[in-house]
Ligand binder design. Structure first.
Ligand SMILES: [Cu+2]
Length: 123
């Protein structure tokens, strides 16, 4: 009897851990949505970039709408060195940054101190 309770709890726990892991994993990569002649995605800044990996389509201007919820000065700037972007992010406000993904590839972006990282994948 005790054994089967331990077994059921064990299985429930493994299920929960798997759900937690895959749930987080899905949120960490997201594709921009194409609207007319541009593509758009919301990026939340809270202890890091959410999603951390942004998937864009090649050749369509992309608007990344940043919203900073984290008051730490570490995240108050965002830098896309490959696209010549270096911007201050206001607190709790949508802040659109438009880039033109001309070439396919992977491009990193980071906070002003190059400590917190995100990635843009252009396909
Ligand atoms: Cu930083």
């Amino acid at each position: 009897m005790t054994n089967s309770i331990v077994f059921i709890l064990g299985v429930a726990m493994i299920g929960f851990i798997a759900w937690w892991f895959f749930g987080k994993h899905e949120v960490s990569q997201q594709e921009a949505v194409v609207r007319g002649d541009h593509q758009e995605i919301q990026v939340s800044v809270d202890g890091g970039y959410i999603p951390q990996t942004i998937v864009l389509k090649k050749g369509i201007p992309a608007t990344l709408i940043f919203n900073r919820k984290d008051p730490s000065s570490c995240l108050d700037q965002v830098v896309f060195s490959d696209f010549g972007v270096h911007e201050d992010l206001p607190m709790k406000k949508d802040f659109p940054i438009t880039i033109m993904p001309k070439e396919a590839g992977e491009f990193d972006f980071a906070c002003g101190m190059n400590m917190i990282h995100g990635k843009v994948i252009v396909k």
